[in-house]
Design a protein around this ligand. Structure first.
Ligand code: AMP
Ligand code: GLY
Length: 418
């Protein structure tokens, strides 16, 4: 089988590595891929958002199955276009990807189907948003409606911060059209949990839970990032909570999307807050999280490609989806300056990181030139260790990080210390 993977980060590297383990796979292409992915796939310089060229590439390369991993191509309808050309895909159609692409859509869905979430109001008028914020008790949460590369959310501690966030979205258009409509939400408190789930619209199977570490610096300080590290499973997500989430959130969401004529097939990402009034949805994403995928998929025992094909063919209930006992700890090595501006092009020394049992080094922002690897992004590597328990996974992950080096390398030292 020839497989096409759209995307080029750590998430796509772990997907490519697992797909490569399937004995029926003969060739993998990645658009655009990265340095690490090029070890197992042919990487072609077509951007993940260039749907026309992705479609022509797929048509001329005899692709049997495509995995559309990032949010942008999903929101742009990559799956619809490829499927229309007869290419089977893992990932939701455009009309289902809206669950991530529009936060207003997601909130209205939850309101209509009684899925627990934070209280909210929607605004398209700056003055109305400002007066609502002025009358609200802080903290409050300001969110751009559309995709904003993970930067569209501000937890405002006071009115001044709320005002800045509203002006930046609606007046300065920091996120373009994505911020023309905003949400102002009640601020929830509690432990955050990510649950990724495979669903084909009829069956929904949660993967091992995880905990992202979104802030840039130790002690959950500094600006939000795409994610600086992950542990899986999430120690706060008990079997009782899992059962409650299945009943009140996961199944109702799948059914709600069906009812709306937006059957969701792919990986549905539930960002949850475990509040003292039960678990509530903070956000949905229409794809694997990054770096959550780099911690969760290494714990998967069943064949990833078989499961993804079953999702596409709507026979998920027929395949095993099993996870190992034990834990993952994934530490992101970032470029100095990330998430603001940073320099790239530094050579990466991996030492003997992957010589440590259970360790895999996934490439996020790297490129390969003349047999050497160089930094090419803000998040450079996701170093994951799988071990019997969280503590030993953590020890191994940091031992591996000690082996790795590049100019300006920065990472959090407290992933998984809770
Ligand atoms: P998102 O981009 O939707 O993942 O939001 C980024 C982060 O903002 C989340 O991981 C939460 O930590 C925080 N957040 C979003 N919405 C809320 C909320 N209603 N209450 C508290 N924190 C929130
Ligand atoms: N790590 C958060 C996300 O993928 O959205």
């Amino acid at each position: 089988m020839n497989i096409l993977i759209i995307g080029g980060g750590g998430r796509e590297h772990v997907i490519a590595k697992r797909v490569a383990q399937n004995p029926n796979v003969s060739k993998i292409y990645a658009l655009p891929g990265n340095g690490g992915i090029s070890q197992i796939a042919e990487c072609v310089k077509i951007s993940a958002e260039d749907i026309d060229n992705i479609t022509s590439f797929a048509k001329t390369h005899d692709i049997d199955f495509a995995v559309v991993a990032p949010d942008d191509p999903l929101a742009l309808g990559a799956v619809d276009r490829l499927e229309a050309e007869g290419i089977k895909c893992f990932g939701p159609s455009k009309n289902a990807a809206v669950i991530e692409g529009s936060k207003v859509f997601a909130k209205e869905l939850m309101a209509k189907y009684n899925i627990p979430t934070a209280k909210y109001e929607v605004f398209t008028d700056i003055d109305k948003a400002l007066s609502y914020a002025a009358l609200s008790d802080c903290p409050i949460v300001i969110k751009a409606d559309g995709l904003a590369k993970g930067k569209g959310v501000t937890v405002a501690e006071n009115f001044q911060q709320a005002r800045e966030a509203i002006m930046s979205c609606m007046k300065d258009k920091a996120f373009g059209h994505s911020g023309e409509r905003i949400l102002i939400e009640e601020c929830l408190t509690g432990k955050e949990v990510t649950v990724l789930a495979f669903t084909d619209g009829d069956t929904i199977i949660p993967m091992v839970s995880s905990m992202d570490h979104k802030r840039a610096y130790d002690g959950n300080k500094g600006p939000n990032t795409g994610g600086m590290g992950v542990i899986a499973p999430n120690p706060y997500y008990t079997p009782e909570i899992a059962e409650q989430c299945m009943r009140t959130i996961f199944l109702p969401t799948m059914k709600a999307m069906n009812n709306e004529g937006r059957k969701f097939k792919g990986c549905l990402y539930f960002g949850l807050m475990l509040t003292d009034k039960g678990s509530k949805v903070i956000e949905y994403n229409c794809r694997f999280g990054d770096p959550e995928a780099e911690a969760v998929l290494p714990l998967m025992e069943s064949d990833l490609l078989d499961v993804m094909m079953a999702v596409r063919d709507e026979r998920l209930s027929d395949v095993p989806v099993r996870f190992k006992e034990g834990a993952s700890c994934c530490v992101v090595c970032a470029s100095s300056g990330y998430p603001a501006s940073y320099l790239t092009g530094y050579e990466i020394d991996f030492g003997n990181a992957e010589g440590i049992e259970g360790v895999e080094v996934f490439h996020a922002g790297t490129k390969k030139e003349d047999g050497k690897y160089y930094t090419s992004g803000g998040r450079v590597l996701a170093v994951n260790a799988v071990s019997g328990d969280l503590e030993s996974a953590r020890e191994k992950a940091y031992k591996a990080v000690d082996q790795v080096n590049f100019e300006g390398m920065r990472y959090r030292t407290d992933i998984g210390t809770l």
